[in-house]
Design a protein around this ligand. Structure first.
Ligand code: MLT
Length: 392
């Protein structure tokens, strides 16, 4: 037998696994140091009470013959899809419940969606990039091209009309840079996709952090229903990183090569995915209710305040960054011309603070570094104090 040799094209380790390994080695060598982790974007606040109550009620249902649930619908229960469609409506975007697929998260969906596209499509990603878009397509043997995001374009890469791509991943607000596209900029991407018969895979996982009126969904842009699929997640919106739930929207009219992409994705999911458990879907629906939205807003505000504490410190230090607003991520230039991994080591050794080296997100991340606002207020303040002491 032969293994999938496309794996030879991957970097040896998943970025966050590398960061965790280096951090653990440092912790073992320096048990006396209190390490503060602003690396992986994992939430720290608990789920909203109303969400947990719905999950408990869902578990209770499983205890009784009359209310027990077996396999869920492949595309999610109707009441969850209705709740998500209502959420889109609350910010003025029309998405129909029957266009929504409930899933175990945007990470799986952005890695799995290319299953419905031929291998010889060219994939375009903005660079730096969430590594899953790249790795999933390398595993499938696809050619990947990069649109550099950099200081000159405020880390918001725009399409080059001389470059032809078939599948385009966009993430806004962006992971890792925190930068968010304006409606006009997204309209340029939609226009490019329509002209090239391409598909935009639009990752809106951080939409709940938007505070300046930037679009919360690609479907806020005219023409997107003819060229875009949107992925979203409850991980950062409502603290579901461990609970796992997300959703993908595929307009019914979206076709390529004479086929409905909605139907192809349904076919793919029915074959390889058995849906999200009843208690989790009960919990997810509650996120989008009036009280749920109010409760999750408190957590989002907490993280946004942490982001402001970090970005204010960088302002004081005179360090260039993007993000910090509209996003839980702060994408900073490494001081003194240090390389990304060099600064990672410097910060870990001298301040016991962990971030994520920008270079791990791609070539254009060289010389940059990502901090997250997901730790507690106390630890964020402590980390910022240490960073200021070190870099002033
Ligand atoms: C990150 O730190 O970039 C995220 O936690 C990754 C993810 O959402 O999978």
């Amino acid at each position: 037998m032969k293994i999938n040799r496309n794996f030879d094209n991957l970097v040896p380790n998943y970025l966050f696994a590398d960061v965790a390994r280096k951090t653990n080695e440092f912790a073992a060598a320096h048990p006396e140091k209190e390490i503060i982790r602003l690396g992986i974007g994992d939430v720290t606040l608990p789920l909203a009470p109303i969400v947990v109550a719905a999950m408990k009620k869902g578990c209770e249902d499983l205890l009784h013959k009359e209310t027990f649930k077996g396999y869920p619908e492949y595309e999610g229960y109707d009441f969850v899809r209705e709740a998500i469609a209502g959420y889109y409506g609350s910010f003025g975007v029309t998405v129909h419940a029957d266009e929504i697929f409930v899933s175990d998260g945007a990470k799986s969906d952005c890695g799995n969606l290319p299953d419905i596209f031929a291998q010889d499509n060219t994939v375009l990603v903005t660079d730096p990039v969430y590594p899953v878009y790249v790795d999933a397509n390398l595993m499938a043997g696809r050619n990947i091209i990069y649109a550099p995001s950099c200081k000159e374009n405020n880390f918001l890469a725009m399409p080059d009309e001389n470059v032809k791509a078939d599948i385009i991943y966009l993430c806004s607000p962006n992971n890792p840079t925190g930068a968010a596209y304006s409606a006009d900029q997204l309209a340029v991407w939609v226009d490019y996709a329509l002209k090239n018969d391409a598909i935009l895979l639009y990752d809106a996982a951080y939409e709940a952090f938007i505070e300046d009126g930037s679009p919360r969904s690609i479907f806020a842009v005219d023409g997107a229903r003819q060229c875009a699929i949107e992925l979203c997640s409850l991980s950062k919106t409502a603290g579901f990183t461990g609970t796992r739930c997300g959703y993908t929207v595929i307009p019914k009219e979206l076709k390529r090569d004479g086929h409905s992409l909605h139907e192809l994705w349904y076919r793919r999911q029915a074959t390889k995915f058995n849906g999200v458990s009843w208690p989790v879907q009960c919990a997810a629906a509650e996120v989008f209710g009036r009280e749920g939205l109010q409760q999750i807003r408190e957590n989002l505000e907490y993280y946004k305040q942490n982001a402001k504490i970090i970005s204010d410190a960088l302002d004081e230090l005179g360090i260039y960054y993007t993000g910090g607003k509209n996003s839980p991520y702060i994408w900073m230039e490494c001081p003194g011309g240090m390389g990304s991994w060099e600064f990672f080591d410097y910060l870990l050794q001298n301040a016991a603070v962990v971030g994520t080296p920008g270079e791990g997100f791609g070539k254009s991340g060289k010389g940059f570094f990502r901090l997250t606002s997901f730790n507690s207020r106390e630890k964020t303040l402590e980390a910022v104090g240490r960073i200021k002491n070190l870099l002033k």
